[in-house]
Design a protein around this ligand. Sequence first.
Ligand SMILES: CC(C)(COP(=O)(O)OP(=O)(O)OC[C@H]1O[C@@H](n2cnc3c(N)ncnc32)[C@H](O)[C@@H]1OP(=O)(O)O)[C@@H](O)C(=O)NCCC(=O)NCCS
Length: 195
Amino acid sequence: MSLASPMFTLRDYDKRDFELLFKLDRLCFDPGIAYSRPELASFIEQRRAYTVVAEWTEPSAEALAEIDALDAPPSESALSASQPLVKTFLPKGQTRPPRRPIAGFVTFHFQRQGYGHIITIDVHPDARRHRLGTLLINAACEKLRKMTAFMVVLEVAVNNHGALAFYDRHGFKRIKVLERYYNRDVDAIFMTKRL
Ligand SMILES: CC(C)(COP(=O)(O)OP(=O)(O)OC[C@H]1O[C@@H](n2cnc3c(N)ncnc32)[C@H](O)[C@@H]1OP(=O)(O)O)[C@@H](O)C(=O)NCCC(=O)NCCS
């Protein structure tokens, strides 16, 4: 898959993206709501899960520095940290094909009952209000439609006013409140949209 806008290009997820997606999720959500590494990995890797990644067509200097940092050898502290390093290192002399910085992603599942479930849409703060969220939700809905899904569902925190406005704008209906859905503390709103 490869869709494009003047600023962003969409493509399918590759395992090498994981560390940047994890960092982006941390940037997009409060610590109580952002996924842990194992949670995000299980959502991305489970059966019938799809992740569409958006690359910046023209990367910012900060985004390029972020990629350089990921390609650098691990520091002593990183090696001793308890979290596993997802990044893989190439043998000396071997060059990696160029990667563009990631501006956002969407992860969704196709449920056996015939509907889609949006797990998360993350747009880098510098990329917001440039229609990237719209590109990603449209790509997810298009893929789900092709898989014969009749509906798409999601949960969003009651205090995430930006995301609620975004989903309202995209025709999602607010169905019910899921009490203490996040961290057994923050309520969520369950939203659905017919495809
Ligand atoms: C919600 C999110 C995905 C929107 O992405 P985006 O690329 O900024 O969205 P778009 O530019 O496509 O916005 C389309 C429309 O949605 C509405 N919208 C989007 N963000 C909004 C905000 N913060 N406040 C009010 N309306 C908003 C607007 O109507 C907007 O159109 P406009 O810019 O012409 O006014 C992004 O803000 C984000 O990643 N937030 C953090 C993570 C998150 O909350 N994800 C969703 C929960 S699962």
